[in-house]
Design a binder for this molecule. Structure first.
Ligand code: KIV
Length: 273
């Protein structure tokens, strides 16, 4: 087997991500929420699938990530886990399942790991959730942190604008990032913050830092798959690169199918028994 092939087939673990950071190899991460999409994303060679609570927006049509439940996250995550062979699967702990107290946080994380088969959990926040993170880690569950724009706190922020532009917030973010590393998180997501700050954090930390709207000075990138494939055509932030226009592609195909049914063109002789 060639080295390139064996690298592509080697299962991604938190340890592999650490090695990638050490040798300067960028980490690719995308969201997925269902079996069919996860199968394609894993076959393409992605390093990490995030079963994000953005499922609340793109799968269920809610305005925020707050309504999605633990049971719904487990449903999405178990569908993803059944599809993959190689990538690491990280599952968001949804709003309200870990902020209350560390015992509840541990119970939620254990349910995700046991019932979905995911490999790690992600949690939004810094210092204020360290106790919960430590308790989850003590049960042997890997934790990915998430700082910057943390959508579960949208009603506190009030808007989805770039975070940590002011010195005080940037300083707090750096302190939180160091605290998360110290606590034992295996990686950190930084969302929508100035690229210089993100680069500085990635250089300060020894764990991998994965950015979304955080520039190219970090150790990897994550996007929501519905946004990067252009399925969701109503979201166009500056940081998003669209790799396809599936909204148009799918709509055109459905319109063609409707025409073919109405005109009695489908099915033809070869498409029937
Ligand atoms: O839920 C999600 O999709 C996320 C990414 C935006 C990082 O947390």
């Amino acid at each position: 087997m060639s080295t390139a092939k064996s690298q592509k087939e080697k299962k991604v673990t938190t340890h592999v991500l650490q090695e990638m950071k050490s040798r300067g190899e960028k980490i690719s991460m995308l969201t997925a929420y269902d079996f069919s999409m996860a199968r394609i994303v894993d076959a393409a060679g992605i390093d990490v699938i995030l079963v994000g609570d953005s499922a609340s927006n793109v799968m269920a049509g809610h305005e925020t990530t707050l309504p999605i439940t633990l049971d719904q996250m487990i449903y999405h995550a178990s569908s993803v886990v059944r599809a993959i062979n190689r990538c690491l699967v990280v599952v968001d702990l949804p709003f309200g399942t870990y902020q209350g107290n560390s015992k509840e946080a541990l119970t939620s994380a254990i349910r995700i790991m046991k019932e979905s088969g995911g490999h790690a959990v992600k949690m939004e926040g810094g210092e204020e959730i360290i106790e919960s993170i430590e308790r989850i880690l003590s049960a042997g569950i890997p934790v990915m942190g998430h700082l910057g724009l943390t959508p579960q706190s949208i009603y506190k922020f009030g808007t989805y604008v770039v975070r940590a532009k002011e010195e005080a917030e940037a300083k707090k973010l750096i302190e939180d990032a160091l605290a998360l590393e110290e606590a034992g998180c295996f990686a950190l997501v930084l969302e929508k913050i100035p690229f210089r700050l993100a680069k500085m954090v990635a250089e300060k930390l020894s764990i991998p830092v994965i950015g979304i709207g955080a520039g190219n000075g970090v150790d990897g990138q994550v996007l929501v798959i519905h946004d990067m494939l252009g399925i969701n055509n109503e979201f166009s932030p500056r940081f998003l690169r669209r790799y396809n226009d599936l909204y148009t592609g799918i709509k055109t195909s459905v319109e063609q199918y409707i025409d073919d049914v109405k005109s009695k063109d489908f099915p033809n002789d070869k498409e029937q028994y």
